[in-house]
Unconditional design. Structure first.
Length: 278
């Protein structure tokens, strides 16, 4: 069988340029073209794209999202300001997101007494009342006095179930409820109760509470935010100014006695359902 010569001294013509080159310097391209090494072009990678798997859509271990419950907000020291003879209480709270129409409660968790009052002259604040026992379906409620309740609104009640005399291991259950009312009657009654409801906070109404029976206990009327106080600050950029929330106002059910700024420390403003920590 004949052998091919090595081409050591031979010349070759390039299929690309048609020029003559030493045979030993020739190479063959992917498409069969016989070209000089200086003319060699590799195969374009896009002519043979690698297979691509589809992007992942879901992950293996997932949990559904949940609605975060509203929480109480710590107020600065001495957040309350009221003028003599006025029912408008101004509350300092920088950069808050509360809105007009929200209902709020105020409390001091450092106190063991949920009815401890702040210094607003001769009037009690926070506002509270003593309620008679109430069933889970009652549409009216009786108190020692309804004077400090706004004409309409919400109030918060928290009570505990009583231990059973036949079960010494019984653990009392704390029952919290927000109740809406639409009117007042006489000097002791609230009427038009909607049981197991809730009140707006930061512009949204949290999940409804459960209607339940309550023993005679202290309750706390909510106060509706009437306005949001603001100030304008320079930004040093564009836009040149911005509006910053500095606090809000609520209307008290009485006129203050004296020009007062105070309240102390560790004061919280909270949604209706989280108003008192016992």
């Amino acid at each position: 069988m004949p052998k091919y010569a090595t081409g050591k001294y031979a010349k070759a013509i390039s299929d690309r340029s048609g020029m003559e080159f030493p045979y030993k310097e020739m190479v063959r391209e992917w498409n069969g073209s016989f070209v000089h090494v200086s003319e060699f072009e590799p195969k374009q990678p896009q002519l043979e794209p690698k297979p691509m798997a589809a992007d992942g859509v879901s992950i293996r271990n997932v949990r559904s999202d949940r609605s975060e419950p509203p929480t109480a907000i710590l107020l600065p020291k001495n957040p309350f300001t009221v003028t003599n003879g006025s029912a408008t209480l101004t509350v300092s709270l920088l950069n808050h997101t509360l809105e007009v129409g929200d209902f709020v409660l105020f409390y001091n968790p450092a106190s063991n007494d949920p009815t401890e009052s702040f210094n607003l002259g001769s009037n009690l604040f926070p506002i509270f009342a003593i309620a008679d026992a109430i069933t889970a379906s009652a549409t009216t409620a009786t108190f020692d006095s309804n004077t400090n309740f706004p004409a309409t609104g919400f109030y918060f009640v928290q009570s505990s179930t009583s231990p059973s005399s036949t079960n010494p291991d019984y653990v009392p259950v704390v029952q919290r409820e927000v109740i809406k009312y639409t009117g007042k009657s006489g000097g002791q009654t609230l009427t038009g109760l909607t049981r197991g409801t809730n009140a707006p906070f930061r512009g949204e109404t949290p999940d409804s509470t459960d209607a339940t029976a309550h023993t005679a206990v202290t309750v706390f009327p909510g106060l509706e935010i009437q306005s949001v106080t603001t100030r304008t600050e320079q930004t040093g950029a564009m836009p040149a100014t911005k509006t910053v929330n500095t606090g809000f106002t609520v209307t008290l059910p009485y006129n203050a006695v004296g020009n007062i700024t105070g309240g102390g420390e560790n004061i919280y403003v909270s949604p209706m359902i989280r108003g008192i920590l016992w």
